[in-house]
Design a protein around this ligand. Structure first.
Ligand code: SF4
Ligand code: F3S
Length: 106
């Protein structure tokens, strides 16, 4: 499955949602996740993310390995998101910011 990693935090552009053929994105307050059992590995979401937050599980950078479990866990708790929304108001400000893990709103 594909995994949403740290760059999405505080941005949530949701371009990914617009292209997913199986609607497997789930929405938190300032982050989005992919349900690993619903993702069909089509790869459509990866190139459209403005923050480059999405990776195939096999290419997830080591520093973001915990996001595999975070996606699986939050996908069971958060509501499904099937249509694109406006990005967060602070999205452009946080787009290039590093080390956003502590800002993830559970
Ligand atoms: Fe959806 Fe395809 Fe991305 Fe999986 S890889 S989340 S199926 S767009
Ligand atoms: Fe997040 Fe990128 Fe989607 S910022 S909401 S993973 S388009």
């Amino acid at each position: 499955a594909y995994v949403v990693a740290e760059p999405c935090i505080k941005c949530k552009y949701t371009d990914c949602v617009d292209v997913c053929p199986v609607n497997c994105f789930y929405e938190g307050a300032n982050f989005l996740v992919i349900h690993p059992d619903e993702c069909i590995d089509c790869g459509a979401c990866e190139p459209v993310c403005p923050t480059k937050a999405i990776f195939p599980e096999s290419e997830l950078p080591d520093k973001w390995k915990e996001y595999k479990a975070l996606n699986a866990d939050f996908a069971l708790k958060w509501p499904n998101l099937a249509t694109k929304l406006a990005e967060l108001p602070e999205a452009d400000e946080y787009k290039e910011q590093k080390d956003k893990r502590a800002l993830l709103d559970p």
